[in-house]
Design a protein around this ligand. Sequence first.
Ligand SMILES: [Zn+2]
Length: 182
Amino acid sequence: MSKLAWNYIVPIKMPADLKGVTPGKLPEELLRKIPTGGKLHWRAADAWNAMVAKAKADGLELKPTSAGDVYRTYESQLAGFKQRYVLEPIVGASTKTFEGKTWYLKKGMAMLATPGKSNHNLGIAIDVHSAGEAKRLTWLIENVKDFGFSWEVFPSEPWHLRLVTGDNPTPAVLAYMAANPQ
Ligand SMILES: [Zn+2]
């Protein structure tokens, strides 16, 4: 039970090398390509690769919803934001403030963080493909803690995981790194 309670929403500890970095403009040396597509901050990449390996050993495929749903540049977050939000008022719509203006969420679109405000812009968030499927969600609830991930909004956004362990990889991640040196 305590493990389940931990899993849902845990505050983020940031890797020290993200200090002073502009979200969405990470230097390449902080980013690493991940085999499942896209890039992550190297700490998140280690944790994600370790978790993917454990899932595979358990007979479950884990991958991001797309290569754009791991690290996102400022420009890609901006493009996604402008696909979903408009300046023309929409009655009853959810709103966000961006660049001093109120933006309205188009009908039928999912909410998205404003550019620079998403943990995807720091390379520590991943959207997991089909995370809401019962088998996969059960696995995630039982395992994300072991790799240093937790949710940001739960249960409404079961796909959005972020690394919360900063520069202190969990024992499972350390064991994976030792067995799979970069
Ligand atoms: Zn996300």
